[in-house]
Design a binder for this molecule. Structure first.
Ligand code: URA
Length: 259
């Protein structure tokens, strides 16, 4: 029994918080076919307390994160607070806390989804293959990473680079929003749909968001301009989209030049 609890705890720490049966079944059916019934019934009540508890924990972790972030008046203070924060289980499976990096007074802030294996090892955002392409993209419009501030929605690598859950995004978002407030960039450039959806609070595809000048309302009452474009990891797989990405970079360049 103790072993089972340890295994379940390990899954939870790794971000796996749902138990699925081997075969799919229609949960709306009154009866579950006998062969699909899980051997261990975790909870048979219609409202599963484990899920509710998780949702409650996640909700209070979000409130806690927001309160803590509001106390930070510099990026260094915010980084310290994040390093001590334990409200997101991704922290326990990651090697590093990958805070934003670059120019604290940058006019442009680039935001990706989450650290990958290289970033987790080095403790810095966008240092792997995607980062190398990102640097070339920046160079094509006369920028380098020291001109920019680079961060991610999540400061911890999800195990195996899996897609972050909504709960993980919600808990980590206050740290990113506070970075935006402290850096006060003229414009943010959102890399990929996940980053754009998380920041803009929508569910739109990257194709429908790119090419438009958008606006982000911050908690401190200020606003910042935003563009969304393809994630460099996607461009590495789909080079046919590089022409569109180039147009997006030119739009960013023109916006930065326009005072
Ligand atoms: N992909 C991201 O979204 N962020 C990184 O830091 C690296 C790869």
């Amino acid at each position: 029994m103790k072993n089972i609890i340890e295994i379940l705890n390990w899954y939870k720490l790794s971000g796996i918080d749902t138990i699925a049966a081997d075969e799919p079944y229609n949960a709306l059916q009154q009866t579950i076919p006998a062969e699909n019934k899980p051997e261990v019934s975790v909870n048979s009540s219609p409202v599963r307390p484990a899920t509710t508890l998780l949702a409650q924990e996640s909700n209070s972790a979000c409130l806690n994160a927001k309160e803590k972030c509001a106390q930070a008046s510099t990026l260094d203070e915010l980084k310290n607070i994040l390093e001590k924060f334990e409200g997101c289980s991704l922290k326990f499976s990651a090697n590093s806390t990958v805070f934003g990096d670059g120019n604290a007074h940058a006019r442009v802030m680039l935001i990706g989804e989450a650290p990958g294996a290289d970033e987790d090892r080095m403790g810095k955002p966008f240092v792997g293959r995607s980062g190398q392409l990102l640097e070339k993209m920046l160079a094509s419009i006369g920028l380098n990473r020291r001109d920019c501030y680079i961060s991610n929605i999540l400061p911890w690598r999800p195990p195996g680079n899996r897609t972050p859950t909504d709960g993980e995004i919600a808990v980590c978002l206050p740290f990113l929003l506070r970075q935006i407030e402290l850096v006060e960039p003229k414009v943010i450039f959102l890399l990929g749909a996940s980053a754009a959806n998380a920041i803009l609070g929508n569910n739109e595809s990257i194709s429908s968001m790119r090419g438009k000048l958008m606006e982000l309302q911050l908690n401190n009452g200020k606003k910042t301009a935003a563009f969304a474009s393809f994630h460099p990891a996607y461009l590495l797989r789909s080079s046919a989209q590089k022409a569109k990405s180039w147009n997006d970079l030119l739009r960013l360049k023109r916006y930065l030049e326009d005072e």
